[in-house]
Design a protein around this ligand. Structure first.
Ligand code: FMN
Length: 391
């Protein structure tokens, strides 16, 4: 006999946090079948196997099992609590109202899932009142770079990374350098109690490749993985320190400038950033507008959202690098960015420190923050140089 009951068993097991997946399959008539599952597990690398444990009495599992041997695993992101709850609650039409496409094996692949794994059932073992289902992985992909949905003690939450780096889309030559950069982000973030991130140039964009500190903004996803167009007024550090081609690319993204005055003023910005060794932004309203527009553009991936982001950035032209910071004045300090150079002296990353999202900071505090930033970026560049032989 046990000296605990099933409630006690559940309560204690609830102390183990899990991610949440939706297992999907397709009914013969094409309708999507689904089940919310926390017991997903990676089982074996060679052969590639994964598993999950459905309760034997589950009608959802019965329907998935009856549909054939194929199933898909959708790893849910922290924006998907609604689908997690709906699938767990509904008895039929579980995917109604939620977007999905069909995977190579014919399983529903949910829009906005952060990863998808297409499987064929390998074996089903007995596990008390649950089945232990083992699937052979046919194909797999990460779909979104969002943070995961987590389940703990009966409630939902998300992962709060103290430090995180992007896994995809960054040039391979930069990856080794990023391992050296990250501890500098973490140190500066600890000393300033704010988010510090690294960006690099990829194609037409600036991409946030790593971040330390408070990356979660009001429940929204991390800035890591975010793309923003490389255009004035943002990315001035790469225009100033990335060589003539980068400067030209930056300035040539200015359109609608018949008298050349915008180009002229941004040429001066480049000079100023070169002289001071950093770029910075002042003004919460413009900063928040860019944040919002870049979140939507990164989510939607449409040219319309991209155009909106570009015009929002354009409208913020006056808020970057447009003043000298004076000790005796207060500022809506938004962010400051310094260059990080690699072994060959190329500006390969930038390091950005974020200010508070509201209120003002004294000029003296802004200058002290920028001083710590530039010293951190210099120390990081020095280590990248020392690592020359190793990278
Ligand atoms: C976060 C979460 C995790 C769950 N994990 C499992 C699981 O691992 N195995 C399982 O059998 N049911 C799990 N469930 C319950 C099922 O999703 C579903 O609600 C239950 O099987 C109801 O039975 P039905 O399929 O007959 O509707 C979970 C539910 C939630 C909300």
């Amino acid at each position: 006999m046990n000296d605990f009951d099933s409630n006690e068993f559940r309560r204690v097991m609830g102390a183990f946090p899990t991610g949440v997946v939706v297992v999907t399959a397709t009914h013969g008539d094409g309708a999507g079948l689904a089940m919310t599952v926390g017991s997903f597990v990676s089982v074996s690398l060679d052969p590639p196997l994964v598993g999950f444990l459905p309760t034997k009495t589950s009608s959802s599992w019965a329907a998935i099992r009856a549909s054939g041997t194929k199933f898909g695993i959708n790893v849910l992101g922290n924006t998907q609590e609604d689908i997690c709850r709906a699938v767990a609650r509904r008895k039929t039409d579980k995917l109604d109202g939620f977007g999905w496409t069909t995977s190579p094996l014919g399983n529903p692949r949910l829009d906005d899932a952060i990863a998808f794994i297409d499987c064929d059932t390998e074996s089903i073992y007995d596990g008390g009142d649950h089945d232990i289902v083992i699937g052979r992985v046919h194909s797999l992909e990460t779909v979104k770079n969002n943070l995961p949905l987590l389940f703990f003690r009966g409630g939902y939450g998300s992962f709060r990374p103290s430090s995180m780096a992007v896994g995809v889309g960054i040039p391979a030559a930069r990856l080794a350098g990023l391992d050296i950069v990250r501890p500098y982000l973490e140190r500066l973030s600890g000393s300033l109690s704010t988010e510090v991130m690294a960006m690099c140039r990829v194609d037409e964009d600036l991409v946030t490749v790593a971040s330390a500190g408070n990356s979660i903004r009001g429940g929204r996803s991390s800035r890591v993985g975010r793309h923003v167009p490389f255009m004035p007024p943002i990315g001035g550090v790469f225009a100033a320190f990335g060589g003539p081609d980068e400067e030209k690319a930056w300035l040539s993204s200015i359109h609608d400038d018949p008298d050349g005055s915008a180009i002229h003023s941004f040429e001066q910005v480049v000079e100023r950033v070169r002289e001071t060794g950093y770029a910075f932004g002042i003004g919460h309203e413009a900063g928040a507008a860019i944040e919002l527009a870049s979140d939507s553009a990164n989510k939607a991936h449409t040219s319309e959202e991209r155009r909106h982001l570009m015009s929002t950035i354009n409208a913020a032209s006056h808020t970057f690098n447009n003043t000298d910071v004076r000790r005796g004045e207060d500022y809506e300090f938004h962010s400051a960015t310094a260059p990080i150079f690699d072994k060959d002296g190329d500006c390969v990353f930038s390091m950005t420190v974020w200010g508070p999202s509201s209120g003002t900071m004294s000029g003296a505090d802004v200058l002290a923050t920028i001083d710590k930033l530039t010293r951190g970026a210099e120390a990081c560049s020095a280590e990248l140089k020392r690592a020359k032989g190793r990278l």
